[in-house]
Design a binder for this molecule. Structure first.
Ligand SMILES: Cc1cc2nc3c(=O)[nH]c(=O)nc-3n(C[C@H](O)[C@H](O)[C@H](O)COP(=O)(O)OP(=O)(O)OC[C@H]3O[C@@H](n4cnc5c(N)ncnc54)[C@H](O)[C@@H]3O)c2cc1C
Length: 441
């Protein structure tokens, strides 16, 4: 039998579940894998790797399926999927948690909050821990608690030979270094993670909107870039501009009165249409932001690291890009704060190469019908081409297939070391995808 040797739940073309199983979060990804194997344990993963080799069918690794470019799937590929590996084991005695690879963020936040813990994850409820932490991981706690990956203590991974490896600071330490920023799909299938945890009770949830206020966009970008370098690290923000206005979403690990003082330069931008600055249980803040995400959508995005202040002329160019957007609401330029705790760690301590950047800037557009796709893609591409000239480095968790010299863009000065590690752990390059690390010196 063709699928002999595969264990776990096997879904193939023709199965009633195949159509659902082949989908990614991004509806614009339309791939037809040869087999999807849902693994329940590391042994299923090892069997899948072996099967891939024996049947000469290349593999892809998938957890939450949120990769923007669909690099966790592929036509005629074997997709190794960890969706059903979602066990969470908390150790209250030492404030650590062990999380299986397929765990999605909202259930994780909910579980940990029951025991009084926060988690430095992202904002989308359905993104899985794997892609997030292996690419760095930013969110609304980042400046206070660091990247998701900065809180990682250990990972277990099934390697290219089907062997189970433990990676931490003592054991397979080079691999552990590589996994913290460049781990997605490059070295093996990570099956579980151990994280250190911090306690939390309430946070201040901040939501500001300047709707139907085109003048606020430039003012927002001007304030943002002056405000961020001196910003209290207890505040992290995902904000942006769109064709008709601007917005700010943020968490502040402190009380609203103090948050208001910190936010003063933003609150001074005229024409606010929404001003929520509320002290709420952490989990309520998480859920309010999570509720903004659709279940799935068709989109194109590219994310770059911003390393310097922009001139007025550069900011005005960004506004003019926004003016040409194909959608009033669903096209935007977004900014994601870094700094604070992200800079406490030395750049060469993990493979996340752009720790010293001020923030990430992404250009994104989403659409409803296939016919609209070309104009949205064209706009993102034109905007990216300009943003590329004023930024340095790309965020691997916001990948873009048109990025020139992608390995250098994602990994900067860490590329040589990553290639060496790639060669050691995956010499035959079985873990590959269109923008994977190539095993050469
Ligand atoms: C709506 C939305 C919101 C987002 N919000 C945030 C955010 O707030 N912060 C942020 O930092 N990012 C965010 N992202 C980006 C997100 O972090 C990345 O897309 C992430 O890689 C998704 O992980 P995943 O496991 O869900 O996706 P997948 O597509 O399953 O995997 C992503 C990559 O990791 C690899 N991979 C998956 N599982 C494993 C594994 N077990 N072992 C080894 N490699 C594996 C895949 O091969 C692929 O290359 C968001 C994305 C979307 C679509």
């Amino acid at each position: 039998m063709k699928y002999k040797g595969l264990t776990g739940k096997v879904v193939v073309p023709g199965d009633p579940e195949y159509e659902r199983a082949r989908q990614e979060y991004n509806k614009a990804i339309d791939k037809y894998p040869a087999v999807i194997v849902y693994c329940f344990n590391p042994e299923d993963v090892a069997n899948a790797i072996r099967w891939s080799r024996e049947n000469a069918i290349r593999l892809r690794v998938r957890s939450g399926g949120h990769n923007y470019e669909g690099y966790s799937t592929g036509t005629h590929k074997l997709v190794i999927d960890t969706t059903f590996m979602k066990d969470i084991k908390l150790n209250i005695a030492d404030d650590t948690v062990r999380i299986e690879a397929g765990t999605r963020l909202l259930p994780l936040y909910e579980y940990l909050y029951k025991y009084g813990y926060t988690f430095p994850g992202g904002t989308c409820p359905r993104v899985a821990i794997s892609g997030l932490v292996l690419g760095g991981g930013i969110g609304l706690s980042t400046r206070y608690l660091g990247l998701t990956t900065d809180n990682l203590l250990e990972a277990e991974m099934v390697g290219a030979g089907g062997n189970l490896l433990t990676a931490n600071c003592e054991c397979n330490s080079e691999l552990f270094w590589a996994l913290r920023g460049a781990g997605g799909g490059n070295f093996g299938v990570v099956t579980s993670y151990k994280f250190g945890l911090q306690k939390v009770n309430k946070v201040t949830l901040i939501q500001l909107r300047w709707d139907n206020n085109v003048a606020a966009r430039l003012q927002f970008l001007q304030v943002w870039q002056k405000w961020l370098p001196h910003l209290d690290r207890r505040l992290s923000s995902f904000s942006g501009i769109y064709k008709r206005g601007a917005w700010v979403n943020a968490f502040f690990y402190g009380k609203p009165e103090e948050a208001r003082r910190i936010l003063a330069p933003l609150l001074a931008i005229p024409g606010l249409t929404l001003e929520n600055i509320d002290y709420v249980p952490f989990i309520d803040a998480v859920k309010t932001i999570a509720a903004m995400y659709p279940e799935r959508e068709a989109f194109q995005t590219a994310g770059r690291f911003v390393q310097r202040q922009f001139s007025l002329d550069e900011l005005e160019k960004l506004i003019s890009i926004m003016d040409r957007a194909p959608s009033d609401r669903d096209s935007s330029i977004r900014v994601y704060s870094l700094g604070g705790a992200v800079r406490d760690i030395k750049t060469d301590a993990t493979s996340f190469a752009y720790r010293n950047a001020g923030y990430i800037m992404a250009i994104t557009s989403s659409w409803e019908s296939k016919a609209e796709a070309p104009q949205h893609r064209k706009w993102v591409n034109a905007g990216f081409k300009y943003i590329y000239t004023i930024t340095r480095g790309s965020y691997i968790n916001f990948p873009y297939s048109q990025t020139p010299d992608y390995e250098r863009a994602y990994y900067g000065e860490h590329l040589r070391r990553l290639r060496r590690i790639k060669k050691e752990y995956d010499p035959h390059n079985i873990f590959s995808f269109p923008q994977s690390i190539k095993p050469r010196f």
